[in-house]
Design a binder for this molecule. Structure first.
Ligand SMILES: N=c1c2ncn([C@@H]3O[C@H](COP(=O)(O)OP(=O)(O)OP(=O)(O)O)[C@@H](O)[C@H]3O)c2ncn1[C@@H]1O[C@H](COP(=O)(O)O)[C@@H](O)[C@H]1O
Length: 100
């Protein structure tokens, strides 16, 4: 693995950014719009479902590039849902580790 290969730190950095957005709610932030939407958590859950559907369609189309794009959207929205429910990326890691 060369120095440019992303590591799991990418997820840590992303989750830290999401948590920062939740705390500060800066303007001009898509993440802020998710935390403050008038429909509340339901809006983010709808987006999560949309991204899951888009990921499924990309996989069915055998479109690797699109699959990765939509998978990234899906992971991002899932991390927002975890943050909204006061769960962390480490909590998810712990749950996954129990399944080894
Ligand atoms: N990883 C993401 C990320 N992935 C997806 N998205 C947003 O999620 C939205 C997805 O909605 P849509 O699917 O409708 O948009 P789309 O993907 O362009 O369109 P489709 O082709 O998928 O239909 C888009 O507006 C994307 O910009 C993200 N927004 C932010 N991040 C990360 O969060 C950080 C903070 O972002 P801000 O809060 O906006 O500063 C950024 O630096 C990124 O690291």
């Amino acid at each position: 693995m060369d120095a440019d290969t992303p590591t799991d730190e990418v997820l840590d950095e992303l989750f830290a950014t999401i948590e920062s957005r939740k705390a500060d709610l800066p303007e001009d932030s898509y993440t802020t719009t998710l935390f403050t939407h008038e429909k509340g958590e339901n809006y983010v859950l709808e987006k999560l479902g949309e991204e899951a559907t888009e990921t499924i369609l990309a996989a069915k189309d055998d479109d690797r590039e699109e699959l990765l794009y939509e998978s990234a959207d899906l992971v991002y929205h899932l991390l927002v849902v975890l943050s909204m429910n006061d769960a962390s990326l480490d909590d998810l890691r712990e749950e996954l580790k129990t399944r080894f």
